[in-house]
Design a protein around this ligand. Structure first.
Ligand SMILES: [Zn+2]
Length: 157
């Protein structure tokens, strides 16, 4: 039954294999894993756990053992993976940021701000919003120089 598998569980891990395995390799890993949870291979006290394992294995194999459902599963995991790693919602040119002293700001659509120390400004830097979970990626051209206004009054003490 499919619901024996947690929705986001890594089915390859359950089988003891990985996403790059060929169908044959996958089958071998599956059989090997299956042997480990045969009721007559485990202690009485571990039978329930073994049965659970067995059900998970069956469910995982049902998806990975078939080319079509495996492909679909791979595509969905890829998507999940991309969403989990930092999602860049927007690319922002450094020229479009507002500068206040040594800090650069860019407004987030949630009402918060992306805030970056001028020192940290470099190409491809990922900046989180200070309120929500959105991120921007900064685009900084090679020839870019920070606005000079901020340093005008700085005198040595
Ligand atoms: Zn935000």
């Amino acid at each position: 039954m499919a619901d024996a598998v947690e929705s986001h569980a890594d089915l390859y891990k359950i089988i003891g294999s990985d996403v790059s395995a060929s169908k044959e390799e996958l089958k071998k890993s599956y059989r090997k894993a299956l042997l480990k949870c045969y009721p007559d291979k485990v202690e009485e006290s571990e039978r329930e756990a073994a049965l659970n394992e067995y059900l998970k294995l069956e469910a995982a194999w049902k998806i990975l053992g078939d080319d079509d459902t495996r492909r679909q599963y791979d595509a969905e995991s890829n998507e999940r993976h991309v969403q989990q790693s930092v999602a860049v919602n927007e690319e922002v040119e450094v020229e479009d940021m507002d500068f206040d002293d040594d800090v650069a700001y860019y407004p987030c659509r949630c009402g918060g701000s992306y805030i970056l120390q001028e020192l940290d400004i470099k190409n491809d830097v990922i900046v989180p919003c200070d309120i929500c979970s959105l991120h921007i990626k900064l685009i900084v051209p090679d020839h870019w120089n920070a606005p000079e206004a901020s340093t005008e009054d700085v005198a040595p003490i």
